[in-house]
Each structure stands twice: as C-alpha cells, then as structure tokens.
Design a protein around this ligand. Sequence first.
Ligand SMILES: C[S@@+](CC[C@H](N)C(=O)[O-])C[C@H]1O[C@@H](n2cnc3c(N)ncnc32)[C@H](O)[C@@H]1O
Length: 283
Amino acid sequence: MNPGEQKKALDAWETSARYWDKYRALIAQMFAPLTSGLVEEARIGIGQNVLDIGGGSGEPSLTISCIVGPTGSVMYTDPVAGMVETAQAEAGRRGLTNIQFRQCSGDDLPFPDKTFDLGIGRLSAMFFVDPVRAIREALRVVRNDGGVSFAVWGPKEANPFFSTVNDVFDRFVESSTEDPDAPDAFRFAAPGKLAGILENAGAKNVIERQLNFQIEAAISFDPFWQLRTEMSETLREKMAGLAPAQLPTIKQAVADAARRYFVSGKMSFPAEALIVSGKKSAV
Ligand SMILES: C[S@@+](CC[C@H](N)C(=O)[O-])C[C@H]1O[C@@H](n2cnc3c(N)ncnc32)[C@H](O)[C@@H]1O
C-alpha cells in the first residue's frame, strides 16, 4: 500500500469506529468464541502482561483485563483515534484499571524490546500494512519465552455472516479487482498463509488451528442488515453508489439468502476462523 492508500484505509476505520462502538454489545457476543480461542491458544492467565494489537472498540483487551487480574496488565493499541477513544471510554465505564491505551500501528510498536509476556490480535492482523514487519515488531516486544497469537477469518465460503450479504451486493455493484495480498478481512483465509508470514518473521513453533463456531445473537434479519451495512466500509461505499430503487431489491435478495440463519427470532451463522500462534524462541 502506498501512503495515500494507507491514509484512505485508516480514514475508513475512523468512520467505522462509531459503528463498532454502537454495536459493541452485539460484537462482543458474536465474536466471543474468537476471544476464548485466543485466550486458550495463547494460554493467557492471571498476572500476565498482554499486548493487544488492533484492539478496535476494545476486544479482546476488555475481556483479557479481567482474566489477567490486578497483578497483570493489558496494553491496548490501535492506529485509529476513534477506536482508542471508544475503547478507553468503555474501560472507564467498567472501572478497569489494569489497561493502558496507546494509539499506534502494529507495523511500528512504540515499546522497548521484551516488554510483554504475549502479543495478540483479534481480526486485526489482516490489516497490517506490512505483515512480516508487524509480526517482527510483535516478537521484538515480547519476552524471550513469550509468543504471539492472531485470530483471522477462514474462507469466505465458510463464513456466510459475510458472504450472504457480499455475494448479493457483488451481483448488483461491480467490485474492483481484488489483490489477494491487500488488506482485507479474508487476506489470511488460505491455510498456511499467515503461518508462513510468522515463520518468515522469525517465529518458532508456529501452529495454525482451525476454529469453527456459531456467530449468534438474539436478533432478527433487520438489525443484522443494519449492522452489516453500517459496519463495513466496502458495503457503505457500495450503498452510496446505488440508485435508491435498487436497495429494497438487494435487501430482499439478502433476506432470502440469509433466511435459514434466522430461526425463532435468533440469528445463528456457522463461522470459521484460524488462530495462528508462534513463539519468540524455540522450546
Ligand atoms: C475488524 S477490526 C477488529 C477490532 C477488534 N480487535 C475486534 O476484534 O473487535 C480491525 C482493527 O484493526 C485496526 N487496524 C487497521 N490497520 C491496522 C494496523 N496497521 N495495525 C494494527 N491495527 C490496525 C483497525 O483500526 C480496527 O480497529
């Protein structure tokens, strides 16, 4: 990405920050299995000092703050001011005192070597500008016996929470040609891709685990539609380019495609993620 593209990407996240805050309770619930998977895989426990890279509206920092307890600490980071503000405000509302906040990119971490026990990121590694450099940075700031773990989405076809909407929009609005290495939610969906990047960055004992879970919430189709079309920059852009008369047709086509995931007022989508971890030193 050139500097202009980087700025555009961060501006888009800045606009997204208000929606990630608006839907924070739903997001926490829907993606909780990803946090549990990361906590389990990275073996996060009482007393640890954990770095969260790309913490968005606050997860998994807020959950991990309770797990590490008063003898541990969390350093939340995100490059987007609006994300940092909303995450910090939520930590204040919850009275959490063992989290610190820093606005920075995963590609350039403003911390001394060997500061943390662990570095983790939930759904953020796919947006690193230079993933090898960012993973090297994460390894640099963890202790010699520490490690890093990242949760990323698996393939589009295994994630209808996204594809039921995106596939319909693609039928109506032309998409720009996709560069498989450009920052995108599915950049690391191919098995081995992020694991290879960890190895290139010098991580040892790299492990990739597939995590299958359900994205669940007690909501009907309409709030799902609103959440998806507000939270995604790609969909916001596509919506802006539509003629008003097209919107009801598209919404109905998505409702038809998503019908089987909404039963008795409850949403439940199957989902697939990868949790990719590595150690700083071979054990
Ligand atoms: C999909 S959100 C995930 C947020 C949060 N971790 C969660 O799971 O709810 C992706 C986050 O990555 C952040 N991000 C974008 N570029 C980044 C970079 N170069 N380094 C670190 N984080 C980045 C965005 O600002 C956004 O908050």
